[in-house]
Ligand binder design. Sequence first.
Ligand code: AMP
Length: 128
Amino acid sequence: MSIFTKIITGEIPSYKVAENADFIAFLDINPNAKGHTLVVPKKEENKIFDLSKEAYASLMGFSYQVAKAIEKTLPCKRVGMSVIGLEVPHVHVHLIPLNAMADIQFMQKVTFSKEEFVDLAEAISKNF
Ligand code: AMP
């Protein structure tokens, strides 16, 4: 069972931004930039391109809605998207508010207090 499935079942906590029957979006715990969010299908699958075309399209549709909410909440040049999965083998889309190339390079990290994460998740969620 992946760490993201544990989040989905409520076994471990997350800073939830959005959810529907098939997907959940929560803040990345080790963000590249403020507002870095992960969008995750509730059905655990390892690789994104092993999803059916329909499941892939619906993941993109939900990510689109989450990206709009991030864009509304945080000033940035644009919201960037990345798929990696080398650390957590459970499909997820990284949505990252970008102001500079460094924000999407997964080298620079920013830290927030628990309260800051809670407030940020709530602010994005209100715009969803
Ligand atoms: P990757 O699998 O390479 O796409 O990276 C996995 C991402 O998940 C990293 O950016 C981690 O910071 C993030 N991550 C790992 N565990 C958690 C967690 N419990 N809550 C939120 N984000 C997490």
